[in-house]
Design a protein around this ligand. Structure first.
Ligand code: PHE
Length: 456
């Protein structure tokens, strides 16, 4: 097969996939959600379970998505269609590509609104709006922001414009160039922030022991499911993002080592972010709030009371915004790739159309916090934002993850995927056993339990 022939293009460097996939993986999920659920479910004990999920589920699924993308060399929708035909299985499998791309698309609609908050806080801290404010005052500032549909729309719009600009410039000048800047910058920012958290707070040890203490008493089944769900979201799996980046991967790059590298980088960054957040919050006696308020109230309040906190706080939120940007481009890329190959549409047109659509859907999330927060606008007791979050994260994501491994493990012909993965026989058999039995069972249980809990 003329593998490398594609209308979409191939990354210029062998390691670009690693940069791009790390950019996709590291995002709001790692920076905000990971420290939060780690603290909730018993620190180090939870981290152990999470790392096990990453190793046993995350890495094999990432390999499966990447290999499907690289073998298909098209958008996820067309790749799965092509591979289904090649493997003599029903073309209806292409729905899998569609489901992933649609999940990413819907996730981006609210991801962009939250990323807009990060932009807002970068600005507020940068210009000194929050200087010296107490936790309560920062809380009031945050409440005023989310209650204001105009300001929220402004930041959401700015974030979508940035996303569209990168996407419109194409895979080399847009995606590739941006991740080449963003990823090294993320590392520099993170190291600076870690240094700050070690030096400027006297709570580094306490923060770390909060994060890493082995408290098995809180390690419930619920925690295990949360770890599994987090490993999917954090690694950007089940949304066609990794698949489409795999489609641009040169044939001589190793899929296994790429998947392992991305996973390690992603986990290390998540842990280091936790080592910045908790010491800073503890050092300032700010109340440790839960949910979005940890990142958007406790943390800025803590920064705003520290020497140099304005600068480092602004840098922290810049880190969050950049990490979100390198994720958002991967959430929309499957749709844009599909439109360009299917209708020979220019990337500029495709990026504009899909960004406007995402922006429009995102307005539902913007209004969920203010104009539409009332009961009359809720569905089953959920606002538009909560509904989108629930449907995508709890239903569509596990389902498309499940179908992806079943497709790679059961539908693809063994010799084809063996050759494409280029593994030793023992490792290949291990990967296949995980994809055929172990992961589907785990993901199915996760899916069933979260659905049951939601409906019960
Ligand atoms: N992995 C990203 C995060 O942790 C979210 C994401 C999911 C991005 C799926 C792209 C695709 O924030």
């Amino acid at each position: 097969m003329a593998d490398q022939q594609t209308v979409l293009g191939v990354w210029a460097g062998r390691s670009t996939f690693i940069l791009a996939a790390t950019g996709s993986a590291v995002g709001l999920g790692n920076i905000w959600k990971f420290p939060l659920i780690t603290a909730e479910y018993g620190g180090g004990a939870f981290i152990l379970v999470y790392l096990t999920c990453i190793a046993l589920i995350g890495i094999p699924v990432m390999m499966a998505e990447t290999v499907l993308g690289r073998r298909g060399r098209h958008s996820p929708m067309a790749s799965i269609w092509k591979l289904a035909r090649e493997s003599d299985v029903g073309r209806r499998w292409s729905l899998l590509g569609w489901m992933g791309a649609l999940t990413g698309f819907l996730i981006l609609s609210f991801y962009s609104v939250i990323a807009g908050w990060a932009l807002a806080f970068t600005w507020n801290l940068g210009v000194g709006d929050l200087r010296g404010l107490t936790g309560e005052q920062v809380g009031a500032h945050f409440d005023a922001l989310v209650a204001d549909p105009v300001r929220l729309t402004g930041w959401h719009t700015l974030f979508m414009v940035l996303t569209a600009l990168v996407i419109a410039r194409g895979i080399h000048k847009g995606l590739e160039s941006s991740v080449r800047v963003i990823i090294p910058l993320l590392f520099v920012l993170l190291i600076a922030l870690l240094g700050y958290s070690m030096i400027a707070t006297d709570q580094f040890g306490r923060g770390c022991s909060f994060l890493f203490s082995l408290d098995f008493s809180q390690l419930t089944w619920e925690a295990v499911l949360a770890a599994m769900g987090q490993s999917f979201f954090a690694l950007s799996l089940g949304m066609g993002a990794i698949m489409v980046y795999g489609a641009y991967m040169p044939n001589d790059a190793s899929i296994v080592s790429a998947a392992i590298t991305v996973t390690i980088l992603n986990s290390v960054i998540a842990l280091v972010v936790g080592m910045v957040i908790f010491p800073v919050v503890f050092a300032n006696g700010v109340e440790l709030s839960v949910g979005p308020r940890l990142l958007f109230v406790s943390l800025p309040a803590a920064f705003s009371q520290m020497p140099g906190g304005q600068i480092f706080g602004a840098l922290f939120f810049m880190l969050v915004s950049l990490a979100a940007l390198s994720s958002s481009i991967s959430l929309i890329e499957p749709m844009v790739a599909w439109a360009t190959e299917r209708f020979s549409m220019s990337r500029i047109v495709a990026a504009t159309i899909f960004s406007v659509l995402v922006w429009l859907i995102g307005m539902g999330t913007v209004f969920s916090f203010n104009l539409w927060s009332g009961e009359e606008y809720q569905f089953y007791g959920m606002t538009v934002f909560e509904l989108l979050d629930f449907v995508t994260a709890k239903i569509m994501l596990p389902l498309s993850g499940l179908l992806t491994v079943i497709f790679a493990g059961w539908m693809m012909k063994r010799p084809v995927i063996y050759k494409a993965l280029n593994l030793s026989l023992v490792r290949f058999n291990l990967w296949r056993a995980l994809c055929r039995v172990i992961i589907p069972v785990c993901v199915f249980v996760m899916f069933a339990v979260s659905l049951y809990k939601a409906l019960a």
